[in-house]
Write a protein that binds this ligand. Structure first.
Ligand SMILES: Cc1ncc(COP(=O)(O)O)c(C=O)c1O
Length: 439
């Protein structure tokens, strides 16, 4: 089995949450009432204007004296209802995580990402181990890695003329592992920012390599189900021990309701794993953040009863919405800006625009982005002056070669209403031409 980072050797649940964790694992806990005075989890109702639900509160004689709501902390791993809601929705989305260890993460799947890097990367048995990914890689992996001085070793993928990113071959991946000695490998089956879909066959191949080199296999499932190619949902959880012996006990998935349930601000995320050791380490680390929002967990608990037919209809509708918007955007920007290279997404909700063929030498996407945000303004008429905000891609790469690729690339997120999104290709082209003319 892969090893956890040296950080975990001294890691324990916080003093405040230690007793609660130990009690929750007792075999006889259902027959014992524990008076938990270890944690400052107040029982009084929340201030009047907060919360809308009413709950009965009893006086000493058992009379209802108030009916206001209390918002207490939950267990660090979350409520059983919230975990079941995740299990249920992930199941409807084609992946079975029923028997996996689960933790509701405190700040969407982002805090899960942070802890997963901290627990698997960096010093492991006193050897500095990197975390491997495929770049461009969702920028926050680099952000957290920098915070903890963990190295991200990423194989760069190239955006080709046809709008698809390359995927490294099995041999390349193996060569890279030998050279960089990662302790974990991150896969994003429906990827931000590339829009690539990693098929089940590709995941299986990578999983075999992960077993061979004894490394953790991390799946970031933020866009689970958001694929426009007709492929079935691919996942590390679709692999059986019979298929790939040794796969069990090294898998971690980071789950999120932000994107496929349109619940970004709810900060609903979860971590699933088949490693008890990883679960315990993650739990201990998360005790410092106490728990995820109780209100969010109550809200998502409602998802336990969603039917397969209503979920399927929801997802089909969502995918149809994004697919149409992407097709029209890609066609329009190619017309507006001749020679531009744009990724034509198979999955998720982003495109990468590359101006490497049309920009003058020395183009720097970050300068362009700052120009658009800071002073760019296209006057279509006196009441219609516009600019666009896009993301420079250098931050999605971890090495110099990648940062050079990123210098001519920008990421577009398909997040505006279609009637607004339709205006962006021409606006982007006009801003680019204006920026280039003045440089
Ligand atoms: C690939 C990927 N992972 C994780 C996240 C984080 O999502 P959240 O913290 O909202 O669950 C995002 C958000 O955009 C993402 O694109």
């Amino acid at each position: 089995m892969p090893l956890l980072s040296d950080y975990t050797k001294t890691l324990e649940p916080s003093a405040i949450r230690l007793a609660g964790k130990v009690f929750s694992e007792r075999f006889d806990k259902d027959s014992i009432r524990a008076y938990n005075v270890a944690i400052g989890n107040v029982s009084l109702p929340s201030f009047e204007v907060m919360g809308t639900e009413l709950i009965p509160i009893f006086d000493e004689e058992g009379n209802v004296i108030k009916e206001r709501r209390v918002v207490k902390y939950t267990d660090t791993s979350g409520t059983e209802e919230a975990k079941d809601a995740f299990r249920h929705i992930i199941g409807l989305n084609g992946v079975d995580v029923k028997d996996k260890y689960a933790i509701i993460t405190s700040t969407g799947s982002s805090s899960g990402m942070m802890y997963t890097e901290l627990l698997t990367g960096g010093m492991v048995n006193e050897i500095d181990r990197s975390i491997m990914g495929f770049a461009p890689l969702y920028a926050n992996y680099m952000q957290f890695a920098d915070m903890f001085k963990i190295k991200i070793a990423a194989i760069n993928r190239i955006l080709e003329q046809n709008g698809k990113f390359t995927m490294p071959s099995e041999q390349e991946i193996e060569r890279f592992i030998k050279e960089h000695n990662p302790n974990a490998l991150i896969l994003i089956p429906n990827d931000n920012p590339t829009g690539s879909h990693i098929t089940q066959e590709q995941i299986n191949q990578i999983a075999m390599t992960a077993v061979k080199y004894d490394i953790w296999l991390i799946e970031d499932a933020a866009y689970r189900g958001m694929c426009y190619t007709g492929h079935s949902v691919s996942s590390i959880w679709n692999i059986s021990e019979n298929q790939i012996p040794g796969i069990t006990g090294r898998r971690i998935s980071l789950e999120s309701f932000s994107k496929y349930l349109n619940y970004c601000g709810g900060r609903a995320g979860a971590m699933f794993t088949d490693s008890k050791e990883f679960y315990d380490a993650f739990y201990a680390a998360q005790t410092a953040l106490l728990c995820a929002s109780t209100e969010m967990q109550e809200e998502i608990a409602k998802l336990q009863n969603v039917s397969k037919s209503s979920f399927d209809a929801w997802l089909a509708n969502l995918n149809n919405y994004y697919k149409r918007m992407m097709e029209s955007f890609v066609t329009d920007i190619r017309k507006e800006l001749s020679g531009v290279i744009i990724s034509n997404p198979d999955a998720a909700l982003y495109s990468v625009v590359d101006v490497r063929k049309i920009a003058k030498p020395g183009f720097n996407a970050k300068d362009f982005v700052l120009y658009c945000a800071g002073k760019g303004a296209i006057v279509y008429n006196e009441n219609d002056i516009k600019t666009a905000l896009v993301a420079p891609m250098a931050g999605f790469y971890s090495n110099e070669e990648g940062k050079t690729l990123g210098k001519t690339q920008m990421r577009i997120a398909y997040v505006l209403w279609p009637e607004e999104m339709i205006k962006v290709p021409r606006l982007f082209a006009d801003l680019f031409k204006e920026f280039e003319a003045n440089r």
